[in-house]
Design a binder for this molecule. Structure first.
Ligand code: PGA
Length: 271
């Protein structure tokens, strides 16, 4: 049993049009209605939480389709400024007016393809926390960094950027997603040993950071998700790992039937 329950977060990336979004949620709704009593109760009491991150253009459709469902709709990115001359960007106030209160920040694709750095990640997190958002913040090492035994130093630097004083005081609004870059979209999942080592390290960094604040309790309460080629085949094993509080799921989250399966797996693993 995970103290903070299990979070199943689906990151669609640049997939699904608004029409496909409608179809997805219609199927997801039917799937959720046909879950067994245990899984339904876990959703109702939020022992299992489901979050879906469609592209910006599909957020409104997703919100409309999930009005009466226990599913959180989140954005995959946001700018740190509230408005201004930032062509192509979307701000916190725009998202919150729509009804979005959760955002993914610092995904490795944002870092690698769009030049995001630990510095921009810090700015985004601080700005969005002060605007009242919940944040899922991503960290993870590249293949070369792992090969050079730099995994822990990279994770530490990324966590230093994320856990500012602001984040320390609003830790209840923070989720960390550990995604080894070499495992994303590659079919290569980290081994359970690698996952436990990385998640244990992340938990220890969090515990140190909170040492002078609310201490252990706040650090323990932060969910740490694993991401990187999560599938319905490997999710149960990943959930059994210590300090894994759910999954950030890309490719496999695009099919509603997989999301239903992830819910069932989470329900079985927490029973
Ligand atoms: P993947 O993506 O599950 O397709 O590997 C995970 C992610 O990038 O969040």
């Amino acid at each position: 049993m995970k103290p903070q329950g299990v979070l199943i977060a689906g990151n669609w990336k640049m997939n699904h049009t608004p029409k496909e979004t409608e179809v997805f949620f219609e199927k997801l709704k039917i799937g959720i209605q046909s879950l067994d009593a245990l899984a339904k109760a876990s959703l109702d009491n939020e022992q299992i939480r489901v979050c879906v991150m469609p592209p910006m253009l599909c957020l409104q459709t997703a919100l409309t389709k999930t009005k009466n469902m226990k599913v959180t709709i989140a954005a995959q990115n946001v700018h740190f400024e509230k408005k201004g001359a930032f062509t192509g960007e979307v701000s916190g106030p725009m998202l919150s007016e729509l009804g979005i209160n959760t955002v993914l920040i610092g995904h490795s694709e944002r870092r690698h393809y769009f030049g995001e750095t630990n510095e921009t990640v810090t700015k985004k997190i601080n700005s969005l926390l002060s605007q009242g958002f919940h944040i899922i913040a991503c960290i993870g090492e590249t293949k070369a960094e792992r090969q050079h035994q730099e995994t822990e130093s990279v994770l530490k630097k990324q966590l230093d950027a994320i856990i500012s004083d602001q984040a320390l005081s609003q830790s209840q609004s923070l989720v960390i997603a550990y995604e080894p870059v070499w495992a994303i979209g590659t079919g290569l999942t980290a081994t359970t040993k690698q996952v436990e080592e990385a998640h244990g390290f992340i938990r220890s960094v969090l515990t140190n950071k909170f040492a002078n604040k609310s201490g252990n309790i706040a650090a323990q309460k932060i969910s740490i998700l694993y991401g990187g080629s999560v599938t319905v085949e490997n999710f149960a094993d990943l959930l059994h790992c210590e300090n894994v509080d759910g999954g950030l799921i890309g490719g496999a989250s695009l099919k509603p039937e997989n999301m239903i399966e992830f819910i069932k797996i989470a329900a079985r693993s927490s029973s």
